[in-house]
Write a protein that binds this ligand. Structure first.
Ligand code: G6P
Length: 368
């Protein structure tokens, strides 16, 4: 096992550090910058039907559901096709309105999650086209879908998903662009977006260099009893994912919220014992999130911010700032999630938790 961990203390840490390489693997042969196109062999024959979808419904559980939320933003933003995201468990039991004009995309690392599989079967029965985004080759979901895209993240051992999540988001980014081609974006825009995507592994490697800084931050927050994670736009699903990672492995209660919703409830919880993690990168909602940070500060909340390189405003307001490379809003979730994975990991490790096998959780939930 020691050899398998490749010198890392835990599989989870190894898998976090594998992300730049995994990101390259996901894109290999698929991202063709010069030609301005994406090649996705597993959906090639279905691409026209996908582009004609009246609606796309994404079903998944856990971390894969968070990737689905980012997928919704990406597909609507780039391809202008309406998207809904459902928990697979809710979809299967709520008599969903689904028919032959719809496309249902199921996302699953393992390809075996019982609820996701049941959602896929329910969609198929209603005549929808069903597509999968899975990591484990030959697992049940890829065998039952009509077409799909493998994430090629390699085996993920840590129960808390990390590299599989970033691989899913890259796949969704590629899918959104593939659905946009010849419809909603120009050739030049396509090339620009592909170029940005190809720079992500380099940015991710740079963020991993912040590991020591993040460990120091973890030391000062490891005894907190609650955490709040706030983000807007593309960073809202990342706030949910950051909170999920922390509760899964450290057993600290954490909640993720869209930052603007703070005033409709969570603000009541803020006092000097409440750490609040803001994902405050520079995008169109940057000024709004700065005022959210001020609201937390004025109630003595302890702010940790993820900010864009060179930003001095956030440093004025936050107790700790983690700087990450600047990129477009659509790329940001792939970057902002990494410091949150590391923070959860270090907090859990410092608390002596069983990071790779947290209590009560399973890597793959194959029963209801
Ligand atoms: C379990 C795992 C999570 C995972 C979820 C969905 O809860 O602990 O890490 O996100 O199942 O799994 P899937 O294999 O369908 O992505």
């Amino acid at each position: 096992e020691k050899i398998e961990k490749g010198g890392f203390e835990h599989f989870m840490l190894k898998e976090i550090f594998e992300q730049p390489e995994v990101m390259r693997d996901v894109m290999r042969g698929r991202v063709r910058i010069e030609e301005g196109r994406i090649v996705l062999g597993g959906i090639e024959d279905y691409l026209d039907r996908l582009k004609q979808a009246k609606r796309i419904v994404i079903c998944a559980c856990g971390t894969s559901w968070h990737a689905g939320l980012i997928g919704e933003y990406l597909i609507e933003d780039f391809a202008r096709i309406p998207v809904e995201v459902d928990y697979a468990s809710e979809f299967r039991y709520r008599n969903p309105i689904i028919g032959p004009d719809d496309v249902v995309i199921v996302i699953s690392q393992s390809g075996e999650t019982a609820d996701t599989l049941a959602a896929l079967r329910a969609a198929k029965e209603r005549g929808a086209m069903v597509m999968g985004i899975c990591n484990v080759v030959g697992s049940t979901i890829p065998r039952e879908t009509m077409c799909g895209i493998y994430t090629h993240a390699g085996p993920e051992v840590g129960v808390a998903s990390t590299k599989a999540f970033t691989a899913q988001v890259i796949v969704l980014y590629m899918l959104a662009l593939a659905l946009s081609k010849g419809r909603t974006i120009s050739h030049d825009e396509m090339r620009l977006n592909l170029k940005e995507l190809s720079q992500v592994p380099g940015h991710a490697a740079k963020i991993l260099e912040l590991d020591a800084q993040i460990q120091t931050i973890a030391e000062s927050f490891k005894d907190a009893r609650n955490f709040l994670y706030l983000g807007r736009g593309y960073n809202f699903p990342v706030a949910l994912e950051g909170a999920l990672k922390l509760k899964e492995i450290s057993y600290i209660h954490a909640e993720g919220y869209p930052a603007a919703e703070m005033k409709h409830g969570p603000i009541a919880l803020i006092d000097e014992d409440m750490p609040v993690i803001f994902i405050a990168t520079r995008d169109s909602s940057y000024n709004k999130i700065l005022s959210n940070i001020e609201e937390v500060r004025s109630r003595k909340g302890r702010v940790i911010a993820i900010a864009s390189e060179g930003d001095t405003e956030v440093a004025r307001l936050a107790e700790h700032v983690i700087y990450i490379p600047q990129a477009s809003a659509q790329i940001m979730p792939l970057l902002t999630v990494i410091p949150l994975q590391l923070l959860s990991y270090h907090i859990a490790a410092l608390r002596g938790c069983n990071v790779d096998r947290p209590r009560n959780l399973a890597k793959s939930v194959t029963v209801e």
